[in-house]
Write a protein that binds this ligand. Structure first.
Ligand SMILES: [Zn+2]
Length: 301
């Protein structure tokens, strides 16, 4: 019997399942005050990357067997705070269908007045409304909406059960990791599209082609290719990127953003502050034609 649609999923899923089994074992065995907060903090990094694979799974279910897909979604729900069908409704059927129209996008980065949200504002806005928007996207997909409600009710019951069993371990090893992973995931998506106001798939996403980043995220850096053909398995995205890369404009790459981008963003922020102070000192001096407040950040990205 074949379980995996693509053999590339075997190793990542073996790691995710092992990590989940370890988390479950720790939940039931840890019995002191200091270990749960440490386990919570250590989990930030691996769980952020697991989230990328939860995303991939919601575009193209990993297993042939539906029951295995649902079990994987419960595991991912605990690891990433994004429960069964939430990615599917909010992202695959929401964001992917709407991202070129900021008035509809479930992960909109543009404010109603047309300006660009800051990353904090975006993160809080999208994370706080995520489950509601996922539910609303299901209004014209009633079967998926019902599955979303049923499966996430089960998730909620399991979380409540964990609190009843051991509220301290549940707080640091179940609930807070879920909330933190959801926030980190939403924050990361800010850099996928923000500022790219276009009607064209090829210039609507930022790409990162760094091998390490793509190994850890399952090629999520090939983001234009992913939006161009969202149903393509993550292992095939580099191939697809090669076919379409001539159509992707240079400003849609954020290579070096993983580490260098942090430095570049700090520099850009300082430069913006310097310009702001300069304008305050010389209010009569107009900004250069075409200059926008986020130009330096755009260049850094
Ligand atoms: Zn996607």
């Amino acid at each position: 019997m074949t379980f995996f649609r693509y053999s590339a999923d075997r190793l990542p899923y073996a790691l995710f399942a092992s990590y989940f089994a370890l988390d479950v074992a720790l939940f039931f065995t840890v019995d002191n005050l200091w270990a749960p907060p440490i386990i919570f903090v250590i989990g930030f990094f691996p769980k952020a990357f697991i989230c990328a694979f939860n995303h991939h799974h919601q575009h193209l279910p990993t297993f042939y067997q539906p029951v295995l897909n649902r079990l994987a979604e419960i595991m991912f729900g605990f690891q990433t705070g994004i429960g069964p069908y939430a990615w599917y409704l909010h992202h695959s059927r929401g964001h992917h269908e709407h991202y070129l129209d900021q008035t509809k996008d479930e992960s909109a980065w543009m404010r109603k007045d047309g300006s660009t949200m800051g990353e904090f504002e975006y993160t809080i806005n999208v994370a706080a409304t995520a489950y509601w928007r996922a539910y609303k996207r299901g209004d014209d997909l009633p079967k998926k909406q019902a599955a979303f409600v049923a499966m996430n009710s089960l998730m909620l019951a399991l979380v409540v059960g964990a609190f009843v069993y051991n509220w301290y371990n549940a707080l640091f090893m179940v609930l807070l990791p879920m909330v933190a992973s959801l926030l980190i995931t939403v924050w990361v998506t800010y850099y996928h599209h923000r500022g790219l106001d276009t009607g064209d798939h090829f210039s609507g996403s930022y790409n990162i082609t760094t091998p390490l980043f793509n190994t850890l995220t399952g090629n999520l850096g090939y983001h234009t290719a992913h939006h161009y053909r969202p149903g393509v398995h993550w292992s095939k995205l580099p191939e697809l990127h090669e076919k379409i890369k001539d159509k992707i404009p240079a400003h849609c790459y954020r290579d070096g953003a993983v580490l260098g981008g942090l430095v570049a963003r700090r520099r850009a922020k300082k430069e913006r502050e310097r310009r702001r102070k300069e304008r305050r000192r010389n209010p009569g001096v107009a900004a250069p034609v075409g200059a926008r407040s986020d130009d330096s950040e755009r260049l850094a990205a």
